[in-house]
Design a protein around this ligand. Sequence first.
Ligand SMILES: Cc1cc2nc3c(=O)[nH]c(=O)nc-3n(C[C@H](O)[C@H](O)[C@H](O)COP(=O)(O)OP(=O)(O)OC[C@H]3O[C@@H](n4cnc5c(N)ncnc54)[C@H](O)[C@@H]3O)c2cc1C
Length: 479
Amino acid sequence: MSTRPATLILLRRDLRLADNPALVEAARIGLPVHAVLAWPDAGQPTRPGNVAAAWYLQNAAEFASELQEECGLQLDIQRGSLAEIFARLQGKQDYAHVLLNAGHDPPALAEEVELQGACREAGVDCRLLPANTLLPTGAVLNKDGNSFKVFTPYYKRFLERYRHTPPRGMPGRLRNAGLHRAGVPFEILLQEIPEPQRSAAARWEPGEQAARDGMEHFIARHLQEYGSDRHSLEISGTSRISAWLQAGVISTRQVWELVQQARERDAALADGAAIFQRQLIWREFAMQVLDDHPQLPDRPLQEKFAAFPWQDDAAALEAWKDGRTGYPVVDAAMRQLTTVGWMPGRARMVVASFLVKHLLQPWQQGEAWFADWLIDYDLSCNAFNWQWVAGCGTDAAPYFRIFNPILQGRKFDADGSYVRQWLPELDGLPDKVLHSPWEASPLELQAAGVQPGRNYPKPLVEHSFARTRALAALKAVSN
Ligand SMILES: Cc1cc2nc3c(=O)[nH]c(=O)nc-3n(C[C@H](O)[C@H](O)[C@H](O)COP(=O)(O)OP(=O)(O)OC[C@H]3O[C@@H](n4cnc5c(N)ncnc54)[C@H](O)[C@@H]3O)c2cc1C
């Protein structure tokens, strides 16, 4: 065992050099540093879904070379829970401090508690630093000191409470603890992830520079019209920053700062910027709701929904997952998901509503599919939004809001470019029937080469029938 005391940094969803409190604190302490990426094994509660896992590893590889170049530190990767990793390493090195950036969901918090216990027993100082949210969970409370149940009052209180301070800079050079890299190479971990999910993640550019460039492009091209364009499926009117944000490649504070600077520079951006910053606060609200209700990913928050008459229909579920429902906007979005691991927020609402309300499949099934495929998968954001769409969360869409997939397509993909991109088999259909191919004339179908039921499915369920059926079921549990 090396007797030179060192600082151990355990990294998780914080793969960045800038605005990284654990790195800054290690620099301040001044001892040699051992930087470790804590990698959860498959089946461990902190393990992300497959696309997000592949994406983390891509970013970790990028981060490792930046850490070496900018700080002179080698990144070690260790498998297991935080406490297991600490116990394994503690036998080889004398640590005076263990530093980590605080997590925000129950599995991460459970690991932190276990780690703190292990450090206490070993007499090692262990510090959790707030890093990945604008305000710590629990900081925005009502007058009675309780959590808000609905978003709007939470949002108002958040704005009163939040005082923006500029993100921290780079940590500078750090002294390497000189430990040999004992961990597992990235490539081996990446190979454990199924190929389709690895390919989806590989379509994205990892690293802090890519995250910043993406934000700058969004601010220059889309921020001004964000209020309206964010709903469009034709225009890429949103930032797509969720991928980098959820992996901690950029912090929320950095994202806020870039948008804040833009709105101070140019008054024309003020409205778009305020709406965008409000979305970042939705993210924090979802985290707060999960903190208050750890059952959020599994059980409806409104208990009456436990009696909802879900229909177990494995074939319908598979058709939804594969993008074979016969509703073009739903199918396009589901194919986008399994190709690039992402879809716009509007599309997420439409496909989630379709699964839950048109097909009467349990929202937990959709939540699990999204968890496996979303590059930006986050336990709180995913579960919160599924419950919102299903109408069973604390602040949920009203039960009678059932998205009409035909009208959603016509409104938000008016020129059909979204559907044509993801469903090339429908490319030749005229715009007026693109979102409802069953309304095309035999001549239009023939000219487009579309054969309903053969090269594109007939609708799995008829819209007005499904709507009436869902309304009856929802009304019964909502009363
Ligand atoms: C069924 C469903 C599941 C979802 N699952 C996830 C998930 O696992 N991870 C995730 O990050 N988001 C999830 N969202 C929220 C939202 O759709 C995405 O955050 C957004 O589409 C990401 O794209 P963007 O970065 O271009 O968003 P932008 O419109 O550019 O918004 C900027 C940021 O604000 C935050 N944000 C925006 N909308 C929401 C929202 N409704 N809830 C919480 N935060 C929001 C995100 O961090 C996003 O990156 C889900 C939404 C639905 C309807």
